[in-house]
Design a protein around this ligand. Structure first.
Ligand SMILES: [Zn+2]
Ligand SMILES: [Zn+2]
Length: 283
């Protein structure tokens, strides 16, 4: 199983980091978890063309985690050979169907234009999405891959889900945006890799001082994300084998990786990986 950080950014735009998105590849499966800004560009950078993505998991419906879902849907549809065509499956918390229906409405004119222009797309049909809404405790089988959904705590955003992807004897825990909670510990228990979106509360507070006009909005985000320290604590408490950090708030400066790693390492003695977009871990 290979876990690749497609985008390590956050809602704050950064020229070097795509928005939150992670690729889990195992056997013939390519699973995209969240679809932040420029995820398709990074997906191709990871060597996976959109037709080879067969499953999308959404942890929650915050814009930074879904804003390029439409690009993945459209690009997959128009680049998949007719013989390979199959509906894309999008799995997410309750609310996902509403988001997908709204997105398809946004894309309806484009769909018409392309169907009118490409004879073979007409034989395939329009964009077809298979939406599956999960609740905490569900286990969803996708071929020989199992996706288990766990409640996370990103309130007031509700519901939110973390996913445990199990395949070929390996387990990857993808927590999404959450503060530590009992269900998060269950999600991560003995996982081969645990991917956590994080912020640095010390740096966010400094940024808030530099940007007084946005200080309130910046400090608001502190109470519903895991800090780097908390990610280390969760990894340690749950016995995970490898900690992979992403969604750096504020954007991690190039060369600051060791400093960020030390913050987590004060709480977790296992391997910690972080870095630019396309950083990956093989388990
Ligand atoms: Zn969020
Ligand atoms: Zn986020």
């Amino acid at each position: 199983m290979k876990v690749t950080l497609l985008g390590t950014g956050s809602p704050l735009p950064d020229p070097n980091r795509a928005g939150p998105s992670t690729l889990v590849s195992s056997g013939s499966h390519n699973v995209v978890v969240d679809c932040g800004r420029a995820c398709v560009m990074r997906l191709v950078g990871a060597g996976v063309m959109p037709p080879f993505v067969n499953l999308v998991l959404l942890t929650h419906l915050h814009s930074d985690h879904i804003c390029d879902l439409n690009d993945l849907v459209t690009t997959r549809w128009i680049t998949t050979p007719a013989a390979m065509a199959s509906p894309l499956k999008i799995v997410g918390p309750v609310g996902t169907r509403r988001v997908v229906e709204g997105m398809l409405e946004m894309l309806a004119l484009d769909e018409q234009y392309r169907l009118a222009h490409h004879e073979d797309l007409r034989t395939v049909g329009g964009m077809k999405i298979d939406v599956v809404e999960l609740v905490a405790g569900d286990a969803h089988e996708h071929g020989d891959l199992v996706v288990r959904a766990f409640r996370t705590d990103h309130r007031p955003v509700e519901p939110t889900l973390g996913y445990r992807i199990e395949h070929d004897g390996k387990a990857a825990a993808l927590a999404g945006d959450t503060i530590p909670c009992d269900e998060l510990y269950d999600l991560c228990r003995d996982a081969d890799v645990y991917v956590q979106t994080v912020l640095r509360d010390d740096l966010v507070k400094q940024l808030a001082q530099l940007l007084p006009g946005n200080a309130g909005r910046l400090t608001d985000i502190l109470d519903y994300h895991s800090t780097v320290e908390q990610a280390g604590q969760t990894a340690s408490r749950s016995g995970v084998k490898h900690l992979l950090l992403t969604h750096y708030v504020p954007a991690m400066q190039s060369g600051a990786e060791d400093e960020w790693r030390r913050v987590a390492a004060a709480h977790y003695s296992g391997p910690i990986t972080l870095g630019p977009d396309l950083t990956y871990v093989e388990i």
